[in-house]
Ligand binder design. Sequence first.
Ligand SMILES: NC(=O)c1ccc[n+]([C@@H]2O[C@H](COP(=O)([O-])OP(=O)(O)OC[C@H]3O[C@@H](n4cnc5c(N)ncnc54)[C@H](OP(=O)(O)O)[C@@H]3O)[C@@H](O)[C@H]2O)c1
Length: 329
Amino acid sequence: VIEFNRFGPPADVLECKERDDPVAGPGQILVRMLRMAINPADLLLVEGRYGPKLPALPCTPGAEGAGVVVACSESVDQFRPGDIVAPLASGLWRSLIACRADQVIRIPSDVSLEQAAMLKANPATAAALVREAQAAAPGLGIIQNAANSAVGKSVFVMAARARIPIVGVVRREAAADEILATSPDARIVVHDDQDPVSLQQLVRSAAPDISLGVGMDAIGGSATNALATCLAPGGRVLNYGLLSGAPCQIDPSHLIFRGITLAGFWLPTWFRKASPENVTALYSELLDLIRDGTVHTPVEATYALRSIKDAVRHAAREGRGGKILLSAG
Ligand SMILES: NC(=O)c1ccc[n+]([C@@H]2O[C@H](COP(=O)([O-])OP(=O)(O)OC[C@H]3O[C@@H](n4cnc5c(N)ncnc54)[C@H](OP(=O)(O)O)[C@@H]3O)[C@@H](O)[C@H]2O)c1
Protein backbone atom coordinates (compact mmCIF):
# COMPACT_ATOMS: atom_id res chain seq x y z
CA VAL A 1 0.00 0.00 0.00
CA ILE A 2 1.22 3.52 -0.78
CA GLU A 3 0.66 5.91 2.13
CA PHE A 4 1.60 9.36 3.34
CA ASN A 5 1.52 10.42 6.94
CA ARG A 6 2.22 14.13 6.45
CA PHE A 7 1.54 16.58 3.62
CA GLY A 8 4.53 17.57 1.51
CA PRO A 9 6.44 16.92 -1.72
CA PRO A 10 5.19 13.51 -2.98
CA ALA A 11 8.68 12.02 -3.50
CA ASP A 12 9.53 12.91 0.12
CA VAL A 13 6.40 11.80 1.94
CA LEU A 14 5.05 8.78 0.03
CA GLU A 15 6.06 5.33 1.34
CA CYS A 16 5.31 1.79 0.23
CA LYS A 17 4.11 -0.16 3.32
CA GLU A 18 3.17 -3.77 4.05
CA ARG A 19 -0.40 -4.04 5.38
CA ASP A 20 -2.74 -6.95 6.15
CA ASP A 21 -4.90 -8.02 3.21
CA PRO A 22 -8.44 -6.59 3.29
CA VAL A 23 -11.43 -8.97 3.09
CA ALA A 24 -14.62 -8.47 1.12
CA GLY A 25 -17.45 -7.55 3.53
CA PRO A 26 -21.18 -7.84 2.74
CA GLY A 27 -21.94 -6.47 -0.74
CA GLN A 28 -18.23 -6.12 -1.49
CA ILE A 29 -15.73 -7.61 -3.90
CA LEU A 30 -12.00 -7.96 -3.40
CA VAL A 31 -10.01 -6.50 -6.32
CA ARG A 32 -6.33 -7.08 -7.04
CA MET A 33 -5.27 -3.72 -8.50
CA LEU A 34 -3.16 -4.13 -11.64
CA ARG A 35 -2.64 -0.64 -13.09
CA MET A 36 -3.20 2.75 -11.45
CA ALA A 37 -2.75 6.21 -12.98
CA ILE A 38 -0.79 9.05 -11.39
CA ASN A 39 -2.76 12.24 -12.04
CA PRO A 40 -2.07 15.88 -11.08
CA ALA A 41 -4.88 15.69 -8.49
CA ASP A 42 -3.12 12.81 -6.70
CA LEU A 43 0.06 14.87 -6.35
CA LEU A 44 -1.91 17.90 -5.12
CA LEU A 45 -3.69 15.70 -2.55
CA VAL A 46 -0.34 14.57 -1.15
CA GLU A 47 0.79 18.22 -1.01
CA GLY A 48 -2.34 19.10 0.98
CA ARG A 49 -3.71 21.30 -1.82
CA TYR A 50 -6.68 19.32 -3.14
CA GLY A 51 -10.33 18.89 -2.25
CA PRO A 52 -12.81 20.74 -0.04
CA LYS A 53 -11.02 19.50 3.12
CA LEU A 54 -7.77 17.75 3.91
CA PRO A 55 -7.98 13.94 4.06
CA ALA A 56 -7.35 12.10 7.34
CA LEU A 57 -3.82 10.72 7.73
CA PRO A 58 -2.39 8.24 6.99
CA CYS A 59 -3.90 8.45 3.52
CA THR A 60 -3.56 6.38 0.33
CA PRO A 61 -3.86 8.39 -2.91
CA GLY A 62 -5.13 7.11 -6.25
CA ALA A 63 -8.33 8.02 -8.07
CA GLU A 64 -7.97 5.98 -11.26
CA GLY A 65 -7.08 2.34 -11.74
CA ALA A 66 -8.23 -1.10 -12.84
CA GLY A 67 -7.82 -4.57 -11.46
CA VAL A 68 -9.13 -8.10 -11.40
CA VAL A 69 -11.80 -9.46 -9.06
CA VAL A 70 -10.25 -12.13 -6.82
CA ALA A 71 -13.13 -12.78 -4.38
CA CYS A 72 -16.79 -11.86 -3.94
CA SER A 73 -18.84 -11.83 -0.76
CA GLU A 74 -21.81 -14.22 -0.68
CA SER A 75 -24.34 -11.48 -1.39
CA VAL A 76 -22.63 -10.48 -4.67
CA ASP A 77 -23.83 -12.32 -7.74
CA GLN A 78 -23.04 -9.85 -10.55
CA PHE A 79 -19.25 -10.45 -10.50
CA ARG A 80 -16.98 -13.48 -10.32
CA PRO A 81 -13.26 -13.92 -9.89
CA GLY A 82 -11.42 -13.02 -13.07
CA ASP A 83 -13.69 -10.09 -14.04
CA ILE A 84 -11.85 -6.84 -14.78
CA VAL A 85 -13.21 -3.73 -13.05
CA ALA A 86 -12.36 -0.06 -12.46
CA PRO A 87 -13.33 0.88 -8.88
CA LEU A 88 -15.09 4.22 -8.41
CA ALA A 89 -13.52 4.45 -4.93
CA SER A 90 -10.41 6.52 -4.20
CA GLY A 91 -7.27 5.33 -2.41
CA LEU A 92 -6.41 2.96 -5.25
CA TRP A 93 -2.58 2.92 -5.03
CA ARG A 94 -2.51 -0.46 -3.34
CA SER A 95 -2.33 -4.09 -4.40
CA LEU A 96 -5.69 -5.21 -2.92
CA ILE A 97 -8.87 -3.25 -2.26
CA ALA A 98 -12.29 -4.29 -0.95
CA CYS A 99 -15.01 -2.21 -2.61
CA ARG A 100 -18.77 -2.22 -3.01
CA ALA A 101 -19.87 -4.26 -5.98
CA ASP A 102 -22.20 -1.45 -7.08
CA GLN A 103 -19.32 1.04 -7.01
CA VAL A 104 -17.19 -0.36 -9.83
CA ILE A 105 -17.25 -0.13 -13.61
CA ARG A 106 -17.20 -3.50 -15.38
CA ILE A 107 -14.48 -3.49 -18.05
CA PRO A 108 -15.24 -5.51 -21.19
CA SER A 109 -12.57 -8.03 -22.22
CA ASP A 110 -11.74 -6.13 -25.44
CA VAL A 111 -10.70 -2.95 -23.57
CA SER A 112 -7.02 -2.81 -22.63
CA LEU A 113 -6.11 -2.86 -18.97
CA GLU A 114 -4.06 0.34 -19.33
CA GLN A 115 -6.89 2.31 -20.94
CA ALA A 116 -9.32 0.92 -18.34
CA ALA A 117 -6.99 2.22 -15.63
CA MET A 118 -7.30 5.74 -17.08
CA LEU A 119 -11.09 5.75 -17.65
CA LYS A 120 -12.69 6.88 -14.45
CA ALA A 121 -11.64 10.52 -13.99
CA ASN A 122 -10.12 12.13 -17.06
CA PRO A 123 -12.25 10.94 -20.01
CA ALA A 124 -15.34 11.29 -17.80
CA THR A 125 -14.35 14.86 -16.91
CA ALA A 126 -13.91 15.67 -20.60
CA ALA A 127 -17.33 14.26 -21.46
CA ALA A 128 -19.01 16.10 -18.58
CA LEU A 129 -17.21 19.39 -19.40
CA VAL A 130 -18.42 19.24 -22.99
CA ARG A 131 -21.98 18.59 -21.79
CA GLU A 132 -21.64 21.64 -19.48
CA ALA A 133 -20.32 23.74 -22.36
CA GLN A 134 -23.23 22.75 -24.58
CA ALA A 135 -25.67 23.82 -21.87
CA ALA A 136 -23.84 27.09 -21.05
CA ALA A 137 -23.31 28.37 -24.60
CA PRO A 138 -25.37 26.47 -27.16
CA GLY A 139 -24.11 26.98 -30.70
CA LEU A 140 -20.82 28.59 -29.66
CA GLY A 141 -17.28 27.19 -29.66
CA ILE A 142 -14.91 26.10 -26.88
CA ILE A 143 -11.38 27.22 -26.08
CA GLN A 144 -9.33 25.07 -23.67
CA ASN A 145 -5.85 25.41 -22.20
CA ALA A 146 -3.44 22.59 -21.23
CA ALA A 147 -5.04 21.10 -24.31
CA ASN A 148 -2.55 18.22 -24.62
CA SER A 149 -3.45 16.83 -21.18
CA ALA A 150 -5.34 13.55 -20.92
CA VAL A 151 -8.53 15.52 -20.21
CA GLY A 152 -7.78 17.98 -23.02
CA LYS A 153 -7.28 15.29 -25.67
CA SER A 154 -10.59 13.67 -24.73
CA VAL A 155 -12.29 17.08 -24.83
CA PHE A 156 -11.31 17.36 -28.53
CA VAL A 157 -12.94 13.98 -29.19
CA MET A 158 -16.12 14.76 -27.27
CA ALA A 159 -16.43 18.23 -28.85
CA ALA A 160 -16.00 16.78 -32.35
CA ARG A 161 -18.77 14.25 -31.62
CA ALA A 162 -21.04 17.09 -30.46
CA ARG A 163 -20.00 19.16 -33.54
CA ILE A 164 -18.70 21.98 -31.35
CA PRO A 165 -15.81 23.93 -32.88
CA ILE A 166 -12.83 24.04 -30.54
CA VAL A 167 -9.51 25.81 -30.12
CA GLY A 168 -6.74 24.39 -27.91
CA VAL A 169 -3.92 26.28 -26.20
CA VAL A 170 -0.65 24.45 -25.40
CA ARG A 171 2.63 25.77 -24.06
CA ARG A 172 4.99 23.89 -26.44
CA GLU A 173 5.09 23.22 -30.19
CA ALA A 174 5.57 19.43 -29.78
CA ALA A 175 2.34 19.25 -27.78
CA ALA A 176 0.46 20.81 -30.72
CA ASP A 177 1.82 18.11 -33.06
CA GLU A 178 0.72 15.38 -30.63
CA ILE A 179 -2.88 16.66 -30.63
CA LEU A 180 -3.00 17.06 -34.41
CA ALA A 181 -1.88 13.44 -34.83
CA THR A 182 -5.16 12.26 -33.28
CA SER A 183 -7.46 15.27 -33.82
CA PRO A 184 -6.37 16.61 -37.23
CA ASP A 185 -9.18 19.17 -37.38
CA ALA A 186 -8.28 20.78 -34.05
CA ARG A 187 -7.13 24.42 -34.09
CA ILE A 188 -4.12 24.73 -31.83
CA VAL A 189 -2.19 27.79 -30.68
CA VAL A 190 1.08 27.76 -28.76
CA HIS A 191 1.09 30.36 -25.98
CA ASP A 192 2.43 30.78 -22.44
CA ASP A 193 -0.95 31.91 -20.99
CA GLN A 194 0.51 35.25 -19.85
CA ASP A 195 -0.42 38.07 -22.22
CA PRO A 196 -4.16 37.96 -23.03
CA VAL A 197 -3.94 40.27 -26.05
CA SER A 198 -1.37 38.15 -27.86
CA LEU A 199 -3.43 35.02 -27.15
CA GLN A 200 -6.52 36.72 -28.55
CA GLN A 201 -4.59 37.62 -31.73
CA LEU A 202 -3.31 34.08 -32.18
CA VAL A 203 -6.80 32.64 -31.64
CA ARG A 204 -8.36 35.11 -34.08
CA SER A 205 -5.94 34.11 -36.81
CA ALA A 206 -6.20 30.36 -36.09
CA ALA A 207 -10.00 30.39 -35.84
CA PRO A 208 -11.43 33.55 -37.44
CA ASP A 209 -14.72 31.77 -38.10
CA ILE A 210 -15.40 30.59 -34.51
CA SER A 211 -17.25 32.57 -31.87
CA LEU A 212 -16.11 31.18 -28.50
CA GLY A 213 -18.67 30.74 -25.72
CA VAL A 214 -16.81 28.61 -23.15
CA GLY A 215 -13.22 28.59 -21.90
CA MET A 216 -12.09 25.41 -20.13
CA ASP A 217 -9.33 26.38 -17.73
CA ALA A 218 -7.09 23.73 -16.12
CA ILE A 219 -4.41 26.21 -15.04
CA GLY A 220 -5.71 29.23 -13.08
CA GLY A 221 -3.55 32.32 -12.50
CA SER A 222 -3.12 34.53 -15.59
CA ALA A 223 -4.36 31.70 -17.83
CA THR A 224 -7.94 32.26 -16.62
CA ASN A 225 -7.90 35.87 -17.80
CA ALA A 226 -6.26 34.90 -21.09
CA LEU A 227 -9.15 32.54 -21.86
CA ALA A 228 -11.76 35.09 -20.73
CA THR A 229 -10.30 37.62 -23.19
CA CYS A 230 -10.96 35.23 -26.08
CA LEU A 231 -14.65 34.70 -25.24
CA ALA A 232 -17.64 36.40 -26.83
CA PRO A 233 -19.72 38.61 -24.49
CA GLY A 234 -21.80 36.48 -22.09
CA GLY A 235 -19.28 33.62 -22.29
CA ARG A 236 -18.30 31.40 -19.37
CA VAL A 237 -14.92 30.27 -18.07
CA LEU A 238 -15.14 26.82 -16.46
CA ASN A 239 -12.14 26.40 -14.17
CA TYR A 240 -11.51 22.72 -13.47
CA GLY A 241 -7.82 22.59 -12.55
CA LEU A 242 -5.16 24.40 -10.54
CA LEU A 243 -2.04 23.46 -12.45
CA SER A 244 -0.33 26.85 -11.91
CA GLY A 245 -1.07 26.80 -8.17
CA ALA A 246 -2.14 30.46 -8.49
CA PRO A 247 -5.62 31.92 -7.82
CA CYS A 248 -7.73 32.45 -10.94
CA GLN A 249 -7.24 36.01 -12.18
CA ILE A 250 -9.88 37.78 -14.21
CA ASP A 251 -10.03 41.40 -15.30
CA PRO A 252 -13.19 42.95 -13.77
CA SER A 253 -14.01 44.54 -17.12
CA HIS A 254 -14.77 41.05 -18.47
CA LEU A 255 -17.19 40.45 -15.61
CA ILE A 256 -18.79 43.91 -15.55
CA PHE A 257 -18.90 45.08 -19.14
CA ARG A 258 -18.83 41.85 -21.13
CA GLY A 259 -20.95 39.64 -18.86
CA ILE A 260 -18.34 36.87 -18.67
CA THR A 261 -18.88 34.45 -15.77
CA LEU A 262 -16.34 32.28 -14.00
CA ALA A 263 -17.50 28.96 -12.54
CA GLY A 264 -15.82 25.87 -11.15
CA PHE A 265 -16.25 22.30 -12.29
CA TRP A 266 -15.49 19.20 -10.21
CA LEU A 267 -16.41 15.71 -11.42
CA PRO A 268 -17.51 14.38 -7.98
CA THR A 269 -20.01 17.26 -7.74
CA TRP A 270 -21.22 16.57 -11.27
CA PHE A 271 -21.68 12.88 -10.38
CA ARG A 272 -23.67 13.79 -7.27
CA LYS A 273 -26.07 15.83 -9.41
CA ALA A 274 -26.28 13.38 -12.33
CA SER A 275 -28.74 10.49 -12.26
CA PRO A 276 -27.27 6.96 -11.97
CA GLU A 277 -28.59 6.33 -15.51
CA ASN A 278 -26.62 9.33 -16.84
CA VAL A 279 -23.45 8.13 -15.13
CA THR A 280 -23.90 4.61 -16.54
CA ALA A 281 -24.60 6.04 -20.00
CA LEU A 282 -21.49 8.22 -19.82
CA TYR A 283 -19.16 5.31 -18.98
CA SER A 284 -20.79 3.06 -21.54
CA GLU A 285 -20.23 5.74 -24.22
CA LEU A 286 -16.60 6.17 -23.06
CA LEU A 287 -15.95 2.41 -23.11
CA ASP A 288 -17.22 2.28 -26.72
CA LEU A 289 -14.88 5.16 -27.65
CA ILE A 290 -11.92 3.51 -25.91
CA ARG A 291 -12.70 0.18 -27.55
CA ASP A 292 -12.60 1.67 -31.06
CA GLY A 293 -9.50 3.74 -30.25
CA THR A 294 -11.23 7.13 -30.55
CA VAL A 295 -10.35 7.91 -26.92
CA HIS A 296 -6.79 6.82 -26.24
CA THR A 297 -4.49 8.06 -23.49
CA PRO A 298 -0.82 7.37 -24.16
CA VAL A 299 1.39 5.94 -21.41
CA GLU A 300 4.97 7.16 -20.99
CA ALA A 301 6.13 4.71 -18.30
CA THR A 302 4.93 2.17 -15.75
CA TYR A 303 6.53 1.76 -12.31
CA ALA A 304 6.09 -0.89 -9.63
CA LEU A 305 4.43 0.32 -6.42
CA ARG A 306 7.73 0.02 -4.54
CA SER A 307 9.28 2.56 -6.98
CA ILE A 308 6.68 5.17 -6.02
CA LYS A 309 9.24 7.93 -5.44
CA ASP A 310 10.70 7.61 -8.97
CA ALA A 311 7.17 7.33 -10.35
CA VAL A 312 5.90 10.58 -8.81
CA ARG A 313 9.08 12.44 -9.80
CA HIS A 314 8.49 11.33 -13.39
CA ALA A 315 4.78 12.25 -13.23
CA ALA A 316 5.69 15.81 -12.14
CA ARG A 317 7.97 16.43 -15.17
CA GLU A 318 7.03 18.99 -17.82
CA GLY A 319 6.57 17.80 -21.36
CA ARG A 320 5.68 14.17 -20.70
CA GLY A 321 4.50 12.20 -23.73
CA GLY A 322 1.86 10.32 -21.71
CA LYS A 323 0.66 9.18 -18.31
CA ILE A 324 2.76 7.51 -15.64
CA LEU A 325 1.13 4.32 -14.39
CA LEU A 326 1.74 2.22 -11.29
CA SER A 327 1.70 -1.54 -11.51
CA ALA A 328 0.86 -3.81 -8.62
CA GLY A 329 0.40 -7.05 -10.53
N1 LIG B 1 -12.17 19.20 -11.89
C1 LIG B 1 -12.18 17.90 -12.12
O1 LIG B 1 -13.16 17.20 -11.84
C2 LIG B 1 -10.98 17.27 -12.74
C3 LIG B 1 -10.98 15.90 -13.07
C4 LIG B 1 -9.85 15.36 -13.72
C5 LIG B 1 -8.76 16.19 -14.00
N2 LIG B 1 -8.81 17.49 -13.62
C6 LIG B 1 -7.71 18.41 -13.89
O2 LIG B 1 -7.44 18.39 -15.27
C7 LIG B 1 -6.11 18.86 -15.47
C8 LIG B 1 -5.39 17.94 -16.45
O3 LIG B 1 -5.26 16.66 -15.83
P1 LIG B 1 -4.66 15.45 -16.67
O4 LIG B 1 -4.57 14.28 -15.78
O5 LIG B 1 -5.43 15.34 -17.93
O6 LIG B 1 -3.20 16.03 -16.99
P2 LIG B 1 -1.95 15.28 -17.65
O7 LIG B 1 -2.39 14.37 -18.71
O8 LIG B 1 -1.12 14.73 -16.53
O9 LIG B 1 -1.17 16.50 -18.33
C9 LIG B 1 -0.75 17.61 -17.56
C10 LIG B 1 -0.96 18.84 -18.43
O10 LIG B 1 -0.78 20.00 -17.67
C11 LIG B 1 0.13 20.88 -18.32
N3 LIG B 1 0.72 21.68 -17.26
C12 LIG B 1 1.26 21.25 -16.10
N4 LIG B 1 1.62 22.28 -15.34
C13 LIG B 1 1.30 23.41 -16.02
C14 LIG B 1 1.42 24.80 -15.77
N5 LIG B 1 1.96 25.26 -14.63
N6 LIG B 1 0.99 25.66 -16.70
C15 LIG B 1 0.45 25.21 -17.85
N7 LIG B 1 0.29 23.91 -18.15
C16 LIG B 1 0.71 23.02 -17.24
C17 LIG B 1 1.06 19.94 -19.06
O11 LIG B 1 1.73 20.61 -20.10
P3 LIG B 1 3.12 20.02 -20.74
O12 LIG B 1 2.73 18.78 -21.52
O13 LIG B 1 3.60 21.12 -21.58
O14 LIG B 1 4.01 19.67 -19.57
C18 LIG B 1 0.02 18.94 -19.59
O15 LIG B 1 -0.70 19.48 -20.66
C19 LIG B 1 -5.46 18.89 -14.07
O16 LIG B 1 -5.50 20.21 -13.60
C20 LIG B 1 -6.38 18.03 -13.25
O17 LIG B 1 -6.35 18.32 -11.87
C21 LIG B 1 -9.89 18.05 -13.01
